[in-house]
Design a protein around this ligand. Structure first.
Ligand code: FES
Ligand SMILES: [Fe+2]
Length: 393
């Protein structure tokens, strides 16, 4: 099923290569500049997007073993994601039931229990309160009613989605609109988690627009990697999730071979984004790898931070390969920090002046157009209306 979709996409892309075309949007889209700068719009996005719809917060390869956990902050919410002894992934608010201390410092580890650093209450891997320090002195409470607060979570295709609203009833599979079946072709559950780091940037949408934008590659990135890249892109969507591909001439030679023999890897090119804040892009330093970027709004509309993760198809077998992967990952930090986000920070200062009421997304920038339309549609939908948005493919 998903392979058939990959093949259909490859055939469509190859047809564009042959014809020298791309799929264009109907019109140029105007987006009010205030959507990037207005604090009330930013707050709406925090509440209506980041704390309401599923976010891809971790990869399977970060917590492969029973007892592995990761603690992080996402959109102001402290979260623990862990794997219990039977292999099932859970997510909780990182908050003690006693007086709300954070149980675990940000980072990764392995533990059977989470013990609060404040008064040593402890919780097991499924979030049950299992120990109260000096319980005989504390007074009676029902332990069963004081578990950690669980968050909706789903592990699919080697990736882990969490919804930051404990009361959310939105079905995570439906939100993925079948895109998870396509992502499964990567086999990320068997990949190696090489390294991660945090890069600070401008408003999260200014930053994220760049990940959907191939138009800028040979211009802004001309001195680093972009000179050989096409500026043209074709966008394929599954609900709000989009894959951006340049017209890929390497697909043409597949057309002469029987479809069953088309290697899956050749069918996965381009940038795979996951709404609203993930980008997965391929690199080859140290062998086949991807940089998986997770963008998060910071504390204000003018700040974001990006967790850059480097995943490798195979763990580096030699120090030399590890050094190549390290070099590749360092290069990507430079490109994002010094080219993309340096540009974005200045763009943000200019947008704040209000001198231009609108910015534009061209007919060739369909990815950005789709992204901004989906944001507006989701923000306008009530909780009851939300699931119906994701039944469209
Ligand atoms: S706040 Fe956690 S034990 Fe007191
Ligand atoms: Fe870029």
């Amino acid at each position: 099923m998903s392979r058939a979709e990959l093949i259909a996409t490859a055939r469509d892309n190859a047809a564009h290569v042959k014809a020298g075309t791309i799929a264009q949007a109907d019109d140029v889209l105007m987006v009010p500049a205030s959507k990037y700068t207005d604090p009330s719009r930013w707050q709406l996005e925090m509440d209506g997007i980041f704390r309401r719809i599923p976010l891809m917060l971790a990869v399977t390869a970060e917590l492969p073993n029973p007892g592995d956990y990761k603690a992080m902050e996402a959109a102001g919410m402290p979260v623990i994601i862990n794997r219990d002894r039977s292999g099932v992934v859970h997510a909780f608010v990182n908050m003690c039931s006693h007086r709300g201390a954070q149980l675990v410092a940000p980072g990764r580890g392995n533990s059977n229990r989470f013990t609060c650093p404040y008064h040593a209450w402890s919780y097991n891997q499924t979030g049950d309160l299992v120990g109260i320090f000096a319980e005989q002195d504390f007074g009676e409470i029902d332990k069963k009613c004081n578990s950690l607060t669980p968050l909706p979570v789903q592990e699919r295709a080697g990736l882990i989605w969490v919804t930051l609203n404990p009361k959310s009833t939105l079905n995570i599979s439906e939100f993925l609109c079948g895109y998870d079946d396509l992502l499964a072709n990567w086999g990320f559950e068997n990949w190696h988690f090489f390294d991660s780091r945090v890069v600070k940037g401008p408003n999260w949408k200014i930053a994220y627009d760049g990940y959907l934008d191939l138009y800028h590659l040979p211009i802004l990135h001309k001195d680093t990697f972009g000179s050989d890249f096409p500026h043209r892109a074709i966008y394929y969507g599954w609900g709000p999730h989009q894959r951006a591909m340049g017209p890929d001439p390497s697909l043409l030679k597949l057309l002469d071979e029987p479809e069953e023999e088309w290697p899956t890897q050749s069918l996965l090119s381009g940038v795979w984004t996951i709404f609203p804040h993930i980008s997965i892009a391929s690199f080859d330093g140290g062998g086949r790898g991807v940089m998986l970027s997770q963008l998060f709004p910071g504390d204000t509309p003018e700040e974001s931070f990006t967790v850059q993760n480097y995943l490798m198809e195979k763990p580096p077998a030699t120090e030399e390969i590890a050094a190549e992967a390290k070099e590749q990952f360092k290069f990507l930090e430079y490109v994002v920090q010094e080219e993309d986000y340096a540009t974005g920070l200045k763009q943000q200062r200019a947008l704040k002046t209000g001198a231009k009421p609108e910015v534009m997304f061209g007919r060739n920038e369909e990815g950005g157009q789709n992204f901004h339309r989906w944001l507006d549609e989701i923000l306008a939908a009530s909780d009851e209306e939300l699931p119906a948005l994701f039944t469209r493919r």
